[in-house]
Design a protein around this ligand. Structure first.
Ligand SMILES: Nc1nc2c(ncn2[C@@H]2O[C@H](COP(=O)(O)OP(=O)(O)OP(=O)(O)O)[C@@H](O)[C@H]2O)c(=O)[nH]1
Ligand SMILES: [K+]
Ligand SMILES: [Mg+2]
Length: 547
């Protein structure tokens, strides 16, 4: 996988404001390690301890949790779900009758054992199956102080049949009770973690079932095809079947196959938007790469100095660029070096550049201009020498270039490049240099990190490219957002191709039917209609406790 999976811990950074459109984006996706992937966020292995690994919930027990955030707040929301929810609500309020379903009622909240008053708050009763989880549920809205919350949690824990929920327990129950499809579960998880506008839009759309509906519609069409092929197998010898059935199936599978392929050929828009675009700053030493990073995030994130070779490690910062999430990386300056530490820095820089969705090549404008008769040629040669390793398009040929295959790339995966000529404040105004100053070359931004001249124009260009690569999450079909979707859809597309390869006048209908069944299975696994057990822990792992 090209982009690392990402840990969900919060890292809220101060706002950036090089232009109003840029804000600090907390970049929760950064730095997920393989260990994080295996374990829950807090190192606990999720779902290990009570035999629910298979995705079968212990529906005989009820779970409770604080569903609002853990910090001090005016109101805290605690939820209970499961068969003991009614009893919990009655005992926690000392009442004989449940409140009207889905209507808030003001009640004293008491400790069920001692009868001691804990707080006064709103309670809500959500009888199953029309609740979020599909089970009987109730909610306590109490004052949000830590002592109140822990007293209510303690009291809930004393009620028989109730146990504390684990991350994702409530959503898992909703899935198991058929209230949500798997893609909707994923959308909900993404919505909870969304940090920029575009991410929120995409997640909401997926949570509301747009992606699942697309796949279900394909699955229904496949089912119809399969029914016709099976009818042909069963009845064709008796001549009870109308002519041309298989041809019509073939035509439909051809259409489906084209639609699935087009959906897969989306330049990884949805996945990029979900995880944040990788924007990598690279270039020779002392060009002002770290200065650019600092100017964009409006804080001294990377060390700037006149000493060439200052930056060694990759310095990352997350930004919200007009609603789109980007992860901006500053890298070591590229130059021949004998220093093993610098060599390692350069290796890391090149590696990061290969993972970039957008490369920002920073060059020192005074160096490019110095003594060069053919400004464009010099510029291109310098930019290209930086990019060569990363297999990018040059700025003069801004054609979109496919990722190398080892990055899991397909021809539709686009990478882009922007050349930044920095330090224009130092330019003498001779002819060549004036041309840089006049910004005469497309795809090339002339800036000064010192005076911030030209940075708005750079951000405008960057935003344009980011928007193009992520797309508008609300237009067209919903985008697939996860590698899981891509893998399964790839399997579906392959099975459809297999079907088409066997079709024709001498079609083996039995084999063809098997290919269609295989294609349907792959689709079904995306929405969770088929065999979801083995992926459930992966999907629910990133949820919060209480959701
Ligand atoms: N006059 C002027 N100086 C700049 C500008 N941008 C950066 N500098 C200076 O150029 C020097 C190098 O800047 P850095 O940001 O450290 O450059 P770098 O590309 O990160 O350098 P390495 O990490 O060593 O590869 C510093 O002394 C900066 O103050 C600019 O726009 N104008
Ligand atoms: K430097
Ligand atoms: Mg640097």
């Amino acid at each position: 996988m090209m982009t690392p999976g990402f840990a969900r811990h919060r890292r809220v950074w101060p706002s950036a404001a090089a232009v109003a459109a840029v804000r600090g984006w907390s970049g929760s996706q950064l730095h997920r390690t393989p260990a994080d992937d295996r374990n829950g966020r807090d190192g606990r292995s999720a779902w290990m301890d009570d035999g629910r690994r298979n995705g079968r919930g212990d529906s005989s027990s009820s779970v409770f949790a604080l569903s609002s955030g853990g910090c001090r707040a005016g109101v805290a929301v605690l939820r209970v779900s499961g068969p003991h929810a009614a009893a919990a609500l009655l005992r926690m309020t000392g009442a004989r009758a449940l409140p009207r379903p889905r209507h808030a009622a003001l009640r004293r909240i008491v400790n069920p054992l001692s009868g001691e008053a804990l707080d006064r708050g709103l309670v809500l009763w959500f009888p199953g199956p029309n609740s979020f989880t599909g089970e009987d549920s109730c909610e306590f809205q109490v004052h949000g102080g830590p002592a109140v919350v822990s007293a209510v949690l303690r009291a809930l824990g004393e009620i028989e049949g109730l146990r504390p929920a684990e991350a994702g327990d409530f959503t898992k129950r909703a899935f198991q009770n058929g209230r949500l499809e798997l893609t909707e579960v994923e959308g909900l998880g993404d919505l909870i973690h969304a940090e920029t506008e575009a991410q929120r839009r995409q997640a909401l759309r997926q949570m509301e079932g747009d992606l699942g509906r697309l796949y279900s519609a394909w699955s229904d069409r496949l089912k119809q095809c399969l029914a016709h092929v099976e009818a042909y197998i069963d009845f064709s010898e008796d001549d009870n079947i109308e002519d041309g059935v298989l041809q019509r199936v073939e035509a439909e599978v051809l259409r489906l196959s084209a639609e699935v392929s087009a959906h897969l050929r989306d330049g990884r828009q949805g996945e990029r938007l979900r995880s944040g675009l990788q924007v990598v700053i690279a270039g020779p030493t002392n060009a002002g790469k770290s200065s650019l990073l600092n100017a964009l995030c409006q804080r001294p994130a990377a060390i700037v100095s006149p000493i060439a070779g200052t930056t060694r490690d990759v310095v990352e910062t997350a930004l919200d660029l007009a609603g789109y999430p980007i992860v901006l990386s500053d890298t070591a300056g590229l130059r021949p070096s004998l220093d093993p530490v610098e060599q390692e820095g350069i290796r890391r820089a090149r590696q990061r550049l290969r993972q970039a969705d957008i490369a920002v090549v920073v060059l020192d404008a005074t160096e490019v201009a110095r003594g060069s008769r053919d400004l464009e040629a010099t510029l291109l040669a310098r930019a290209q020498s930086i990019l060569d390793d990363g297999d990018f398009a040059t700025p003069a040929t801004p054609a979109l270039v496919p990722l190398p295959p080892e990055e899991g790339g397909q021809a539709s995966e686009h990478r882009e490049c922007i050349v930044v000529l920095n330090k224009v404040d130092l330019l003498q105004r001779d002819a060549a240099e004036a041309r840089i100053g006049q910004r005469a070359m497309p795809g090339v931004c002339a800036v000064s990190c010192q005076t911030e001249e030209g940075l708005d124009e750079f951000l405008r260009l960057l935003k344009e490219k980011v928007e193009k690569m992520c797309g508008d999450p609300l237009s067209g079909n919903a985008s697939l957002t996860q590698a899981r979707h891509r893998t399964l859809l790839g399997g579906c597309a392959a099975a459809l191709s297999d079907f088409l390869a066997t079709s024709g006048p001498a079609m083996d209908a039995v084999l063809g039917a098997e290919h269609l069944r295989s294609a349907m299975r792959q689709l079904g696994r995306i929405t969770g209609r088929v065999g979801a057990e083995d992926i459930l822990d992966v999907i629910f792992r990133d949820f919060c406790i209480g959701k």
